[in-house]
Design a protein around this ligand. Structure first.
Ligand SMILES: NC(=O)c1ccc[n+]([C@@H]2O[C@H](COP(=O)([O-])OP(=O)(O)OC[C@H]3O[C@@H](n4cnc5c(N)ncnc54)[C@H](OP(=O)(O)O)[C@@H]3O)[C@@H](O)[C@H]2O)c1
Length: 255
């Protein structure tokens, strides 16, 4: 099995900043080689790449809203790394569109963008990476970044909540279909955690209410989420395949 405790070939989508950057750093610190994917933020992605421990990492750009973009990203990453053992589906959009305030044309466009990036790109990257893992014959790991919003509802971001629920369901289907190939698939469902994207909300007037969502009285950190992703991609986590791991500081308890 290629999926050893370190030295794996890892593709992280959306790793220019935020959680993707923290995940890339966690794998690199573990001794893995990472393809740092970016969509539009090449400069920030170069900063991520330069910050990684170890050597043999690579940068790969590409728009994941188009199916052809996913092909280019996986091909480029696999060529640079010599294969792919782990895929982390982190790239996503989260655009505010409360129904009562959003004109229909905008509503349609926002839904299409969420479906294209959050759901379809996750499905397509999973297909492309898993087919390589199958051909390599050494098993593999896919970890999807889902969201607490899939369970709790996202009144101001309904397409986000719906597509993250679909990502969880996709991960469960693939966990079953890919297990015979030694590929484990899991998702994490984080609550609020601090990244550049959400920093203005956490620092702004709603910051106190956001921190109060958790009885710990704080938001999570990207490093806390990345640590769980690293573990779910480890050999020890094979039996967790199909799981959706809550990472929300007890802010939302599912039965
Ligand atoms: N922060 C939270 O509180 C929170 C909570 C629950 C779940 N999550 C999930 O955690 C993940 C990371 O979130 P984050 O806060 O770190 O957000 P982020 O900084 O916006 O990271 C997401 C990345 O996705 C990439 N992306 C978006 N559209 C793309 C496209 N069409 N093609 C290629 N790449 C695209 C962006 O790349 P470029 O910047 O290069 O364009 C962006 O950097 C996401 O899946 C998010 O839904 C976050």
């Amino acid at each position: 099995m290629n999926v050893t405790a370190s030295g794996r070939r890892v593709l992280v989508s959306g790793a220019a900043r935020g959680l993707g950057r923290a995940v890339a750093r966690a794998f690199a610190s573990n001794g893995d080689r990472v393809a740092v994917h970016f969509g539009s933020r090449e400069e920030e992605a170069r900063t991520t790449l330069a910050s990684l421990e170890g050597s043999g990492h690579t940068l790969v750009g590409g728009d994941l809203a188009e199916p052809a973009g996913a092909v280019a990203v996986v091909d480029t990453a696999a060529e640079a790394l010599g294969g792919i053992d782990v895929l982390v589906n982190n790239a996503a959009v989260n655009i505010r569109h409360p129904l009562a305030e959003t004109p229909y044309e905008e509503w349609v466009a926002v839904w299409q963008q969420h479906v294209a990036v959050n759901l379809l790109a996750t499905a397509h990257l999973s297909h492309l990476a898993a087919r390589r893992m199958i051909d390599q014959g050494g098993g593999g790991r896919i970890v999807n970044i889902g969201s607490r919003g899939a369970f709790r509802g996202e009144p101001d971001h309904p397409a986000y909540g719906a597509t993250k629920a679909a990502v969880h369901a996709l991960g469960q289907s693939l966990a079953v279909s890919l297990a015979p190939y030694g590929i484990a698939v899991a998702s994490v469902a984080p609550g609020f955690f601090a990244t550049e994207r959400v920093a203005p909300r956490v620092a702004g007037p709603e910051g106190e209410a956001i921190r109060a969502q958790s009885p710990f009285g704080r938001v999570g950190s990207a490093e806390e989420i990345a640590a769980a992703v690293l573990w779910l991609a480890s050999p020890a986590a094979e039996w967790s395949s199909g799981t959706i791991l809550d990472l929300n500081g007890a802010s939302h308890l599912r039965s």
